[in-house]
Write a protein that binds this ligand. Sequence first.
Ligand code: NAD
Length: 420
Amino acid sequence: MATEASTINPFETAKRQVDIVADLLGLDSGVREILKHPKRELTVNFPVRMDKGGYKVFTGYRVQYNMARGPTKGGIRYHPQVTLDEVRALAAWMTWKCAVVNLPYGGGKGGVICDPKHMSQDELQRLTRRYASEIAPIIGPEMDIPAPDVYTDSQTMAWIMDTYSMQKGYSVPGVVTGKPISLGGSEGRGEATGRGCSYVIREAAPHAGIRVKGGTVAVQGFGNAGSIAAKLLHDEQGAVIVAVSDSKGGIYNAGGLNPHTVEEHKHKTGSVVGFPGAKSITNEEILETKCDILIPAALENQISKKNADKVQAKIVAEAANGPTLPEADTILHERKVTVLPDILANAGGVTVSYFEWAQDISGYFWPLAEVNQKLENVMVRSYADVHKVAEERHVHNRTAAYVLAIQRVVDAINIRGIYP
Ligand code: NAD
């Protein structure tokens, strides 16, 4: 998909974002250094028995970025291009994300370098269980709680929960979130990221001068986050979905696509590409599509200074983590495009993960309506908090979200003090 932007190191981006906010907040160099370093990181190399016989050694990571506000929380990504710096950046973003929506968590992230599209379910199960065993010493409900991310799902979490529980000798549902309901998962977790994103878009639309009802939407990455945001904007808010894409390419129809039918097509054929009645577009073109709301929901580094001036949307709602580079932020801000930053726009997932963990450790489960109501409360309050800081400080939403989040983390660091 990406351009030269894919060569940019996401951890350098994450540190630059901290520096910008540290300057604004006038943070001293000591605290600034803490914020730019992961607290703990583990690299594991482990063999997995392959179906065709023999073993293959895989490399995985778990990074716990900052735990000043509570146990670390963050997903596990399976992808051939996973790097330690990518995992560090994602763990840093989780720290700010948990803080911006005011969850009692720090941030973490994990990843395994592998190509899940070319592995069987049995191989993925063996890989997951071995990776879970390797990182078991540093995870747990009070320490670090993984969740799904790109190319991992509720089944992956069930395997991790089972592996960890086997080692402990009793069931520990709170060690991971995003589990199946039958294992202590939460109602509403599956659609929480897309749902949270749809609430934030609804709250921001009046400030961006658009109406979601009848407004046009393009979604890059028709996976968990992207497809659910598309369906909810279509079903609950009356938006018109004009373009969607996945790793194989994109489709466009100015008259609107039914996201449910597109999903069925993707189920049957493996891609949105070839959907009847739609024009083919590339993953670069979808970012420049004429629409009111653009939702990047795939990978990072998609909007750079090369294409930021071609974005036609009034709102860019970042369901993906890190899709916009800092120089592109400035261009979009100058062009009066409202960016709803990842740490706010996709925080619905971690928010319902937090609800899941709270339900697991209390052993008391809530109905779907209660979960969605609590999620809506968190997203509405968090958008209002970010918007207020943006207005007060005359900064764009990303900077405002970082100011809010980093100030909360810094407050926790300062009040705890430096040990010893
Ligand atoms: P997913 O695997 O369900 O979906 C990813 C989608 O992106 C798939 O449709 C895939 O085909 C597409 N894709 C992959 N490579 C692509 C490429 N090169 N070009 C265009 N599309 C491509 O993953 P997801 O859980 O929806 O995660 C997507 C993004 O949202 C990631 O950045 C992730 O970190 C972020 N996110 C997800 C959650 C969650 O709860 N699922 C929470 C917060 C953030």
